[in-house]
Ligand binder design. Sequence first.
Ligand SMILES: [Cu+2]
Length: 303
Amino acid sequence: MGVTIAMKSWIRNAGRTAAGFIGAMVGVLALTIAGAGVAAAGTGQPSPWQIDLQGAASPVMETMHSFHNFLLVIITAVVLLVLVLLIVVAVKFNEKANPVPSRTTHHTLIEVVWTVVPVLILVAIAIPSFRLLFLQLDLPKADMTVKVTGHQWYWSYEYPDNGQFSFDSLMVQTADLQPGQPRLLAVDNEVVVPVGKIVRIQVTAADVIHSFAMPSFGLKIDALPGRLNESWFQATKEGVYYGQCSELCGRDHAFMPIAIRVVSEADFAAWVEEAKQKYASADQPARIVAQNDVGQADAAGAR
Ligand SMILES: [Cu+2]
């Protein structure tokens, strides 16, 4: 008797727990849908509770978004089909419901179907996949070039088409952050490019392998010592976009962010004039040594 009551209350509690769990899941889903605005605001940098890709700010990233969404539909349909089949098998073909099992071992039609349909699905995936790959790898005629060099642990940039100036870009230490600057992403010298222009980037490294990545532009390319890799982007919206080194490159790998500021053409021309002056007399070696010392302290603090 006592056991039955205990069992009943356990079942009731389990039911309540399950209801609570389902309620929580529905709540999370509702929050996610409501928070889609927040997630969409995460263009240029990650946002709290973001579950999707960062917002797109280039044609390549826009294509990546639609390819990702297309795959999401296909995978959801496949998962639901498999789930339904499993439920049918479990309910209809268990020992109780089906005491005399069928001795069928072959069914030509169904075997042809389960071979041909996956092939068709893969072809349907391959076509937009190759289209995206060509979009990324087939460089259009560029309006300007930025040369990027990865170092342990900062990036340096060169503007060969705009006066050949170059500069180093180092992370802003947590203690020095200005209001609005994101921690571990803001840098002292941002890359500045004009909106709507096709920017070719040439990427290399001075010491070890790094990787130049900018999620909102759908851009990620290895920086290899002794090699020059090329990619491109066309920023469609003004703003500041952040990325990070994406190849484990040593102690301060996490502390060499990338910041690209996209501005109007007039602002870009003004910046170029300013930059030519500013970076003409930079005493870089001394700065790098000092920054590395600071970087070590900050890295130690973050650990
Ligand atoms: Cu790196």
